[in-house]
Design a binder for this molecule. Structure first.
Ligand code: GLU
Length: 416
């Protein structure tokens, strides 16, 4: 059997191919020469399968889609506190190239508008890193996220630098307020080079899927980002990724996303998928016209909305009592809800021994684990014998919080 997912993606592309409204960006001369009919879509799941359709191998410059990923690099290199000193996290409600800063702090409002992205670029690498180091830092991180070596398109970069007056004006303004340190021209040049890194839709869906897993590249298994960095990037994308259309996008489409003026778009649904789209004709907001519509279709057809409540429970809990021993069975990815239910059920046990069977659990969230072990500890304090059935060691080192462990004696022969 052939999986129908690529056929579905082909169908989405075919349905939207007729839309020739909008035009490629022309403020960067090199982008105006793009073939406007190119169209591609790619989805990568958190388990590492990629489904792609259309012009999947066409490369284009990443442009503003570099912003969330460069933000991740700055958070890693300088830490949250230092980055937040220079760049805020508030949606700006303004166009991407607005010359605006927060009134009191003079920080750019977020890393997704150019002012914030230029400040973010200046924070790449170690303090005082030169332009080559900053660009290489971005290129290397983007490559690890994509799972292949990416490169800078020097022609696109040179073309943009020839007309980068507005970004230079923004950078001078940032310098004036002490947000940018160092050579303004070199920072704008480095930022422009970062925007000129070439990607395909597959690269974009892979990079986004790495955010969706909380930082582990789903194909290479490389932990590229810590989960708090991935979460920060996705949260900022949700609030500010779509510039002045952020609220409309989040409510209607519900996929935290970022677009670039070359026609690329990236989207991420935590724990589910990363999405990449490419079509060079842009709408009035500077977003890919057909790319935006493809995201709208995916959200509707595939139930891909961050706040859709049709995903169901990720976990479940049950119990039964036989011969005076109560067995609790957990299943799935045990998070707060299942753990809370488990504790409610445990609270009803008045006598006999207890077995916790986690053989059908595939993972515990941190809070799920702590609550489960606390339940066992309290049952032990009540005088119950405790055993753990955990053949795949999903609950390693089940220290009950007081240095003690479940006893084998409760049921005999069980792993403890
Ligand atoms: N390099 C572009 C600029 O700074 C990126 C803009 C975009 O993709 O939205 O103008």
């Amino acid at each position: 059997m052939r999986t129908p997912v690529p056929d579905y993606l082909d169908e989405v592309l075919d349905a939207l191919r007729g839309d020739s409204t909008g035009a490629p960006a022309n403020y960067i001369p090199e982008l105006a020469t793009a073939d406007p009919d190119k169209f591609a879509l790619s989805i990568t799941t958190t388990s590492g399968s990629t489904y792609a359709a259309g012009d999947v191998d066409t490369e284009f410059s990443i442009q503003s889609i570099s912003k969330p990923f460069a933000y991740a690099a700055a958070l890693i290199d300088r830490g949250f506190e230092r980055v937040l000193e220079s760049v805020g996290v508030e949606p700006s409600g303004e166009a991407f190239n607005e010359l605006s800063l927060e009134g009191d702090t003079h920080r750019p409002k977020n890393p997704m508008i150019n002012a914030g992205a230029i400040a973010t670029h200046s924070l790449l690498g170690a303090a005082g890193a030169g332009q080559d180091d900053r660009v290489e830092r971005a290129r290397r991180l983007f490559s690890r996220l994509a799972g292949r070596e990416l490169r800078v398109d020097e022609q696109v970069c040179a073309s943009e630098l020839g007309t980068a007056h507005r970004n230079l004006a923004i950078a001078h303004m940032l310098h004036n307020y002490g947000i940018l340190e160092g050579d303004v021209h070199s920072i704008v040049e480095g930022y422009t080079r970062q925007c000129s890194i070439l990607v395909s839709v597959r690269d974009l869906s892979m990079m986004a899927a790495t955010l969706a897993t909380g930082g582990v590249q789903p194909v290479t298994g490389d932990r590229v980002l810590e989960s708090d960095v991935a979460r920060q990037v996705m949260a900022v994308m949700a609030g500010a990724g779509m510039y002045d259309a952020a609220g409309d996008w989040l409510t209607r489409v519900g996929i935290p996303a970022k677009s670039g003026v070359a026609g690329g778009m990236v989207g991420v649904l935590p724990d589910q998928v990363g999405i990449g789209a490419f079509s060079p004709r842009l709408d009035a907001h500077g977003n890919s016209q057909r790319g935006r519509r493809a995201f709208e279709r995916l959200s509707q057809d595939m139930g891909m909305h961050l706040f859709s409540s049709d995903r169901g429970r990720l976990d479940s809990v049950g119990s039964d009592t036989q011969d005076g021993t109560t067995t609790f069975r957990l299943q799935g990815n045990v998070q707060f809800t299942a753990a809370a239910e488990l504790l409610d059920l445990m609270a009803e046990v008045e006598d006999g021994n207890v077995v916790l069977d986690v053989s059908r659990v595939h993972s515990f969230s941190d809070v799920g684990r702590r609550m489960t072990l606390e339940g066992l500890r309290r049952l032990r304090l009540d005088g119950r014998g405790i055993a753990l059935r955990d053949p795949s060691t999903t609950l390693p080192d089940p220290d009950l919080g007081d240095g003690t462990y479940p006893e084998e004696s409760a049921t005999g022969g069980l792993q403890v």
